[in-house]
Design a protein around this ligand. Structure first.
Ligand code: APR
Length: 171
């Protein structure tokens, strides 16, 4: 079962949280900024192992001072109107995050932020359908899969996507 939580993802006691990162992997605002602030400067140090991460992909680090053991830094696409493969790139970010989590036996619980729905401007209803479709394809590998949202618009979008008749094709 996919759980919908309206909370600050940095406070969750789960094995892994999924950040909405930038390709530079050097922190930023939004959920990325909150995660870096809570994890401490060691997170940025660890991220220097990578020069960048392309949109649609992800890297995994330790959670450092967070309650979560790992952070998966997934890079979603910037929304340019929908003609630049944005839905496929967002799905790729979720799929890569799940692949990285499945490679580690000590990740049984995982919480996702609503990737690309803030500064990157992805329409929330479509992003929620893409996220929920990816979660439905992977939830059987985990004890808990959590969609962690911050704002009411995203909460409503996820409630619709999670409704029995809400699982429409993502794009
Ligand atoms: N916990 C959970 N969700 C949060 C939190 C938090 N503490 N803070 C913000 N959010 C939510 C926002 O409400 C938004 O719906 O995270 C979602 C993603 O928004 P952004 O953080 O703006 O991420 P995104 O749209 O993917 O843009 C990524 O923003 O901060 C930069 O470095 C980041 O350049 C990258 C870009």
């Amino acid at each position: 079962m996919i759980e919908l939580l309206r909370d600050d993802i940095t406070t969750l006691r789960v094995d892994a949280i999924v950040n909405a990162a930038s390709p530079a992997l050097r922190g930023g605002g939004g959920v990325d900024g909150a995660i870096h602030a809570a994890a401490g400067p060691e997170l940025l140090e660890e991220l220097h192992r990578w020069t960048h991460c392309r949109p649609g992909s992800a890297v995994i680090t330790s959670g450092h001072r967070l309650p979560a053991r790992y952070v998966i830094h997934a890079v979603g696409p910037v929304w340019h109107g929908g003609s630049q493969a944005e839905p496929a790139l967002l799905r790729g970010a979720y799929d890569t995050a799940f692949e990285l989590a499945r490679e580690r036996a000590d990740i049984r619980t995982i919480a996702f932020s609503a990737i690309s729905t803030g500064v990157y401007g992805f329409p929330k209803p479509l992003a929620a359908r893409i996220a929920v479709a990816a979660m439905r394809d992977n939830e059987h590998h985990f004890d808990r899969v959590i969609a962690c949202v911050f704002d009411e618009d995203n909460a409503a979008a996820y409630r619709a996507a999670l409704a029995p008749d809400g699982d429409l094709p993502a794009a």
